[in-house]
Write a protein that binds this ligand. Structure first.
Ligand code: PRP
Ligand code: URA
Length: 208
C-alpha cells in the first residue's frame, strides 16, 4: 500500500513487546509510549520542512538548514496524549491541538467530545497521534475534522494497527501517510486488536 509505513524495527518491536505484557504497569507503559513515539517520529519527519540559515562557526560562516517552525501535532484523546512528549522532545516548537473522541462500546462508532486546534492549522504540517488504530473509525473522524479546517498536509501515527483499520483509513484518505509501529493479526468481536495490548487509554492512565 502506497503511503503506509509499517516500522517492524527491532527497537520498536522490543519496546512494544514490553507494552503488550499485561504485567507492565502504567508508569513503564507511559514511558514506552513516549519512547516509541519518539523513535517513530524520527523516521516520519524525514521529509519535514526546513529553511536555510547562516551560522558563524569558530572557523567560518556557513549556510545550513534548520527545521521550519510549522509543525502541529494532534493527539486523539485520551490515549494519543501519551505520545505528545516523545515528539515535543524532538520538535519543541510544534503546536499541539487536541481532538477528543471515544468509541461507543456498542456500535464502535467514534463520538466527538472536544476539538481545539491551532488557529493557523491550515498552513501547518499535521501529525495525528493515537497509539491504537483498530477499526479506523477514530482516525478517519480525526482526519475529517482537520481536513474540514483546510489542512492538506496530514500524517497519522499509531503504535499498533489492525490490518482492517489500516486499509480503511488508507482507502478513505489515501493522501494521508500512515505510520504504524507494528501491524497485528486482526480485530476481535469487541473491536480490540489481537494480540494488541488491551485498552491503551486505561493502561496509560491506570483507569482499570
Ligand atoms: C481507543 C484508541 C483509539 C480508538 C481506536 O480510544 O485510543 O482512539 O480506541 O479504535 P478505532 O480505530 O476502532 O476507532 P477509546 O475510544 O477507547 O477512548 P479513550 O482513549 O478515551 O480510552
Ligand atoms: N482501542 C484500544 O485502546 N485498544 C484496542 O485494542 C482497540 C481500540
Amino acid at each position: 500500500m502506497n503511503n503506509v509505513t509499517i516500522f517492524d524495527h527491532p527497537l520498536i518491536t522490543h519496546k512494544i513487546a514490553i507494552m503488550r505484557d499485561e504485567r507492565t504497569g502504567s508508569k513503564e507503559f507511559r514511558e514506552l509510549v513516549e519512547e516509541v513515539a519518539m523513535l517513530m517520529a524520527y523516521e516520519a519527519l524525514r521529509d519535514i520542512n526546513t529553511k536555510e540559515i547562516e551560522v558563524k562557526t569558530p572557523i567560518a560562516t556557513t549556510k545550513t538548514r534548520v527545521v521550519a517552525k510549522d509543525l502541529a501535532i494532534v493527539p486523539i484523546l485520551r490515549a494519543g496524549l501519551g505520545m505528545v512528549n516523545g515528539i515535543l522532545a524532538l520538535i519543541p516548537t510544534a503546536k499541539v491541538g487536541h481532538v477528543g473522541l471515544y468509541r461507543d462500546h456498542e456500535t464502535l462508532e467514534p463520538r466527538e467530545y472536544y476539538c481545539k486546534l491551532p488557529d493557523d492549522i491550515a498552513e501547518r504540517e499535521v501529525i495525528i497521534l493515537d497509539p491504537m488504530l483498530a477499526t479506523g473509525g477514530s482516525a478517519i473522524a480525526a482526519i475529517d475534522f482537520i481536513k474540514a479546517r483546510g489542512c492538506r498536509n496530514i500524517k497519522f501515527m499509531s503504535i499498533i494497527g489492525a490490518p482492517e483499520g489500516i486499509e480503511k483509513v488508507h482507502e478513505k484518505h489515501p493522501d494521508v501517510h500512515i505510520f504504524v509501529g507494528c501491524k497485528d493479526s486482526h480485530l476481535n468481536e469487541h473491536g480490540y486488536i489481537v494480540p494488541g495490548l488491551g485498552d491503551a487509554g486505561d493502561r496509560i492512565f491506570g483507569t482499570k
